[in-house]
Design a protein around this ligand. Sequence first.
Ligand code: AP5
Length: 208
Amino acid sequence: MGAPGSGKGTQAEKLMNEYDCHQISTGVLLRQSIESGSDLGNKVQKIMSEGLLVSDDIVLDLIKNQLSEIGDDGFLLDGYPRNISQAKSLKDLLETINKPLDYTILINVPSEILIKRLSGRRTCSLTGKTLNIYFSSQSELDECLSNGGELLQREDDNEDSIIKRIEVYEEQTEPMIDFYRSAELLLTVDGQGPVDEVYLGLKKLMEL
Ligand code: AP5
């Protein structure tokens, strides 16, 4: 868990490349449903573009479907749960399938850094790699552009939506920190440094 722009997706991608484990990202699944033009996509598009949370029932169904597809493999949840009610539903669900959470990782980043990261975020149209016009190296950006790719910006990475998403995080997601701390499942990593430095911190924490 972590605020919008804290690096959840970036770090999850690195973990998935190194470990044999599935990434389940509710944000990615919801954006895929919008792209496919499905009923679900049409239902959630406006909510997401405004930076609000989609209903708990919708995201719980997505998680249930994904867990049933991956069978016995390990998994990492990215962006789920996001409020206490979702955290309780997840606990019940994982108890039912006898796969309790190992731990929750909070990526801690001050809000002034988040806005720059989100407004600079771009996705390469060729590789789907997450990049940043302020923080990625010129060679990483060129690798996409020189092969004919475009740097795409997410619909909800506009100023109004970014501010709303950070507000929603502070009001609804931050209370979950205490929920997981009291369950002794909370690990916290400093997410302010460069991507590789944060990743090293994350791995050290997981090894402990
Ligand atoms: P989601 O897709 O989960 O978005 P988010 O939580 O707003 O998080 P982001 O994806 O914006 O940030 P991130 O932490 O993954 O950062 P990233 O690694 O990309 O959700 C989108 C929407 O879907 C929600 O608003 C909601 O409507 C809905 N939704 C999703 N889950 C839901 C749920 N459970 N319940 C209800 N609704 C739900 O990094 C950001 C940028 O910074 C990138 O450009 C990256 O390159 C750069 N960067 C990352 N780390 C570093 C670093 N260490 N140094 C410099 N740059 C960095």
